[in-house]
Design a protein around this ligand. Structure first.
Ligand code: PAF
Length: 287
């Protein structure tokens, strides 16, 4: 049965009780508007832990545009139904005041430094975003305590920042899970709910561009300029490209001095009208 807490301190108490009973805890932090991608994280958590909890909090600190925050899909009742059906044990939410009790104004919350993984790409195009993610995730980790925490690789740069954060805190154990895709290859995301049918079709170009880069890589190309160019060519049309780039997934560098990489991940961020979408694909076969 799903236990619902609207105060994160109750969630902390619940987690203490679980650990006292030697139950391992899996934790899936979310901003709600749950879809099959979230459910796949929850399913993995249920398989790997005795109990699973989920947080739902639309974190104002990580939205660098007020309109993006206000239009972010919210459906708490629907989310609770999905979680109960999925077999999740506990879900908690909270107000801004619950999450950041030290201040009455969200603008006064002291942001954490997300570290070197926040440099470039999302760091450039969404100033303050990864700072906001890092700040809220630290709070969420503190509410839940030691556990296994599950994140989707779709937000690749976020996973790097969170792994660094968990390394600094000494907990939790982080599990990164693969991206689920729609019929046209579009990575599942809560923001997809904001796309019209035509925009959804257009958004399929993102995955086509990533697979173009992968095909080129598999044919032996290691030149970042050529890989980038192939993605830009596919991402034509009404998509506004913020970036289509290649990085070393471990060292988070853009290329060696000769512009090549031995390990690579292709990353894309586009806007379709006001909807911002990101995705990525590992080009080499490494983990
Ligand atoms: O990936 C998300 O949904 C959010 O960035 C997270 C990790 C729940 C923090 O608000």
């Amino acid at each position: 049965m799903l236990t619902v807490f609207e105060n994160p301190l109750c969630a902390t108490q619940w987690c203490h009780e679980q650990r006292d009973r030697n139950q391992t805890i899996g934790f899936v932090p979310t901003m709600g508007a749950l879809h099959l991608g979230h459910l796949s994280l929850i399913k993995r958590s249920i398989a790997e832990n005795d109990v699973t909890c989920v947080s739902i909090f639309v974190n104002p600190l990580q939205f660098n545009e007020a309109s993006d925050y206000s239009s972010y899909p919210r459906d708490l009742k629907g989310d609770y139904r999905l979680l109960a059906d999925a077999g999740c044990d506990m879900v908690f939410s909270g107000t801004n005041r619950d999450m950041f009790p030290e201040t009455t104004s969200i603008d006064d919350v002291k942001l954490l430094d997300p570290g070197p993984a926040a440099r470039g790409l999302e760091g450039d195009y969404r100033p303050g975003h990864l700072e906001g993610v890092c700040t809220v995730v630290e709070r969420l980790f503190k509410f839940v305590g030691d556990c296994r925490a599950y994140f989707g690789v779709k937000d690749f740069q976020q996973t790097l920042v969170i792994q660094d954060l968990a390394g600094k805190l000494g907990y939790p154990t982080i599990r990164i899970c693969e991206t689920l895709r729609d019929t046209n290859g579009l990575a599942l995301s809560s923001r997809n709910k904001l796309l019209s049918d035509a925009q959804f079709e257009l958004a399929g170009n993102i995955f086509s561009a990533l697979t173009q880069a992968k095909t080129l890589w598999q044919s032996g190309c290691r030149d970042c300029d050529q890989l980038r160019a192939a993605m830009y060519k596919t991402l034509s049309g009404a998509l506004h490209i913020e970036y289509a780039d290649i990085r070393d997934p471990h060292q988070w560098q853009a290329g060696s001095p000769d512009g090549t990489l031995d390990r690579a991940i292709a990353l894309i961020a586009v806007r379709i009208d006001s909807v911002r979408l990101i995705d990525n694909l590992r080009l080499d076969d490494g983990l």
